[in-house]
Ligand binder design. Structure first.
Ligand code: THU
Length: 139
């Protein structure tokens, strides 16, 4: 579907992800990503990707948003929106590392809202993006 058809809470989350995407520090890939994370009681934490000249130390927008929220004491999340400039018809999908972190911190029922600058919108449950995760039950 298109972003223009989204419900108000989702549209608002996408707007905040779009705004923070402009703050991305992506001098190496030039691929800017924004994320906005909604808590169960309606607060929003945003994040952008932050790259490093030692490339492997770069961190994705989704994890920045999640770690900011956790460090502020938040523990319950409903959905996360992510946006990047991907090709038309193909909203950005979280990488594998972010799927693991999202699954651990949001749980399998969380909602992932994937978009791009063309207004393409796809939503999925965390459990659809990462079925059969490694989780705390093993520890
Ligand atoms: N990136 C994200 O921030 N989130 C994603 O879902 C995919 C990839 C970042 C990491 C890196 O800074 C750049 O995009 C290119 O991979």
């Amino acid at each position: 579907m298109k972003v223009s058809e989204a419900t108000e809470p989702i549209a608002s989350l996408i707007a905040q992800a779009t705004a923070v995407r402009e703050r991305a520090h992506a001098p190496f890939s030039k691929f800017k990503v924004g994320a906005a994370l909604e808590t169960r009681d309606g607060r929003v934490y945003v994040g952008c990707n932050v790259e490093n000249s030692s490339y492997g130390l770069s961190i994705c927008a989704e994890r920045v948003a999640l770690f900011k929220a956790i460090s502020e004491g938040e523990r319950e999340f409903t959905r996360i929106a992510v946006i990047a400039d991907t090709p038309a018809g193909s909203p950005v999908r979280p990488c594998g590392a972010c799927r693991q972190v999202i699954s651990d911190l949001m749980g399998s029922h969380g909602e992932v809202v994937m978009t791009n600058l063309h207004g393409d919108l796809e939503t999925a449950l965390v459990s659809e993006l990462l079925p059969a995760p490694f989780d705390r039950s093993y520890l």
